[in-house]
Write a protein that binds this ligand. Structure first.
Ligand code: AHR
Length: 653
């Protein structure tokens, strides 16, 4: 036998990794909330993304320049006594003074306007003829790259027939597929026309709700089967300053009158500066609650605790003084009323007027995002008291700061225990080594304190801070500790959720998109597999020495956990092999009666030969899980877990 053949033979007789799963003892219940999603308007996730509005600065309210995002020709004026008091600006279009000249406005949307050939788009505008008479607007979709004589791929007329402000609407069909179209509005004729809240949406939106969510992006959330939905951030909850924090009350009611807010991600990173990044609040709290309901997720709003982003404000005077927190606390109480209150309450009535008289059944609220230092607990405390006093059933989430260990983290955990919050939010954007070292993270956590909400995490590769398969594999490995410890880990969410390929500030992200397409990353598939095979109860899975399988030395790069699913009487075993070698694994199913066996149903395998690759907009299905039948009947399952692979074994009891 040659040396090479001998080495191969040795490898093929590699030591079997023996695991035992106790199938007769169903352990802790896995919360239905366990695997969720977290949205923040970063990377143009909301405006320019999930919120399907195609016009940027539709209300002419961008503060430095009311015409930012627009280009204008001919004769026009920007005025500020419009019909919506919180968005007062509008544009007056006037006859240019010569029959061969034009007055026109055009908008390039968010990195262009994405149009699909043959699809319908709903143009709407608030308008009036201030001097009376009938005015005409000519609306066009412009394909700038077109070599046709005529650039417009669609044209429609809007006749403005009143001196009073009215909403006009026309549905247009695009003649071309164009990811970077322009919307052009001509004044036709001599009559002056005022325009405000100029809007363009695809007619085909999520669940057919008029003018709300982009369908493919909402579908990608739905398909994750999320157990909870955390919104609206993240750092935007805090704001660069308190003035620009996310103010939920500004995000409800008619969209035309939701005031614009600066998006803090506009200027957080100078190397990724987007001076035109604002929040229209078109995707507001009502829409978030409704989407939560429609995707079957528990809504989980996070509100400001009165601290502006602490990374950006070291001076304590930037924050709301503890003695003046009342309006912030009232915001939290009013939010619970908005979500759950009867329709004859002030905020319950607003919810009903928006179309949802039934309560949203809010159960959770988070106060503060990534806060630290004594300034946080001293602000959180009065919130906890007020919420407990008025809404004792609402579960409160506190923060453990931006880092997953260290002095600040320990201090905040002890403070969260003192304050008696229900869950503590932990964040970890960490490199490979950290994820590999955390397979047992929650095994020894204090069982008596608050529960854990792993509210933001992602593997940020060392020198590879972008989406790639190996990062998702390490996330899968890490998630075994969430699953194994479901008695204390009640919620977990990857972050961030969305990124526009031309507008991102932060990566990796779960779902990428451009103006027409979207792609689910490898991390998305890992989240999906955990949520699909979530099960209902933890099963104990140990190695031969009775230890949890957490990737420690001697465990050959294996991480594993197991759950029972009462809904279909199945056992799921998840094994992640992060090593470079295939690993033989023998799984003993312990506790079955003498004649009882388990029957194989299927295996799911997730792997990429290229560890640095991910799915792309051009190749969205490049790396997807593979399912095969599992031919097995017995009490001991022998398998080989290929190198760098996430395997799930599904067995029927
Ligand atoms: O997810 C991106 C940012 O990361 C969040 O806004 C913040 O909470 C964290 O620092």
């Amino acid at each position: 036998m040659s040396l090479v053949a001998f080495a191969a033979a040795v490898t093929s007789f590699a030591q079997v990794n023996e695991f035992t799963v106790k199938v007769n003892k169903t352990g802790a219940e896995i919360q239905p909330t366990m695997y969720g999603i977290f949205i923040e308007d970063i990377n143009f996730a909301a405006d320019g993304g999930l919120y399907a509005e195609l016009v940027k600065n539709r209300s002419f309210e961008f503060p430095d320049n009311p015409l930012q995002g627009w280009s204008a020709g001919g004769k026009l004026e920007v005025l500020n006594d419009g019909p919506f008091d919180r968005n007062p600006h509008y544009v007056r279009l006037l006859y240019p003074g010569h029959p061969q000249k034009h007055t026109a406005l055009q908008n390039d949307g968010f990195f262009g306007i994405g149009l699909k050939k043959g699809k319908q788009y709903r143009f709407s505008v608030w308008a009036r003829t201030p001097e009376g008479g009938t005015g005409t607007l000519g609306i066009e979709f412009i394909d700038k790259a077109s070599m046709e004589e005529v650039q417009a791929s669609a044209y429609a007329q809007v006749t403005v027939d009143s001196k009073e402000w009215k909403k006009y609407e026309v549905v247009m069909t695009s003649g071309v597929t164009d990811p970077k179209a322009t919307l052009r509005i001509f004044l036709e004729g001599h009559t002056t026309v005022d325009i405000e809240h100029v809007s363009l949406f695809p007619a085909d939106t999520w669940k057919g709700h008029k003018n709300v969510l982009r369908k493919d992006l909402a579908q990608a959330l739905h398909d994750l089967r999320p157990g909870h939905f955390r919104f609206p951030g993240g750092c935007i909850v805090e704001g660069t300053d308190l003035e620009t924090r996310y103010n939920w009350k500004n995000s409800v009611g008619p969209v035309e009158n939701r005031p614009l807010n600066e998006n803090r991600w506009q200027h957080t990173f100078r190397h990724r500066y987007y001076p035109d990044y604002f929040q229209s609040y078109g995707l507001g709290f009502y829409e978030y609650f409704l989407l939560s309901e429609e995707i079957g997720a528990e809504p989980l709003p996070i509100l400001s605790c009165g601290l502006a982003c602490q990374f950006q404000n070291t001076d304590l005077s930037a924050h709301q003084p503890v003695s003046e927190l009342d309006c912030y606390i009232q915001d939290a109480l009013d939010l619970i009323e908005f979500a759950n209150g009867a329709t004859d309450t002030e905020w319950g009535c607003i919810r009903a007027e928006m179309g949802h008289p039934e309560p949203f059944k809010l159960k959770f609220i988070g106060i503060g995002n990534e806060q630290w230092g004594p300034e946080y607990p001293e602000r959180l405390e009065p919130f906890v008291k007020a919420i407990r006093a008025t809404y004792p059933d609402i579960r409160i989430i506190g923060s453990s700061g931006p880092y997953p260990e260290g002095e600040d983290f320990d201090y905040l955990w002890s403070e969260m225990k003192r304050l008696g919050v229900d869950l503590v939010d932990e964040h970890f954007y960490r490199p490979e080594a950290w994820f590999l070292s955390q397979g047992a993270r929650y095994d020894t956590y204090d069982r008596k304190g608050p529960k854990v909400f792993a509210g933001e995490y992602a593997c940020h590769g060392d020198g590879k801070k972008w989406n790639h398969f190996e990062a998702s594999l390490l996330e899968a490995a890490f998630m075994t500790t969430l699953e194994r410890n479901a008695d204390i880990v009640h919620m977990a969410t990857y972050a961030p959720l969305f990124a526009h390929v031309e507008g991102w500030q932060w990566r990796p992200d779960l779902i990428w998109f451009d103006n027409l397409r979207s792609v689910r990353s490898c991390s998305w598939h890992v989240q999906k597999l955990y949520s699909q095979y979530k099960g209902t109860n933890v099963l104990t899975l140990t190695d031969m020495d009775g230890n949890n399988v957490t990737g420690v030395e001697g465990q050959n790069g294996l991480f594993a956990s197991s759950v029972y699913d009462a809904a279909n009487d199945q056992v799921y075993v998840k094994v992640i092999n992060v090593s470079d070698e295939a690993q033989p694994v023998r799984i003993h199913f312990d506790g079955l009666k003498k004649k009882e066996t388990l029957k194989g149903v299927s295996t799911v395998s997730y792997h990429s030969d290229d560890l640095d690759a991910d799915n792309t907009l051009d190749e969205p299905e490049r790396i997807v899980p593979q399912t095969e039948a599992l031919d097995f009947l017995g009490k001991v399952l022998d398998v080989t877990v290929p190198a760098k692979n996430f395997m799930i074994y599904i067995l029927q009891k």
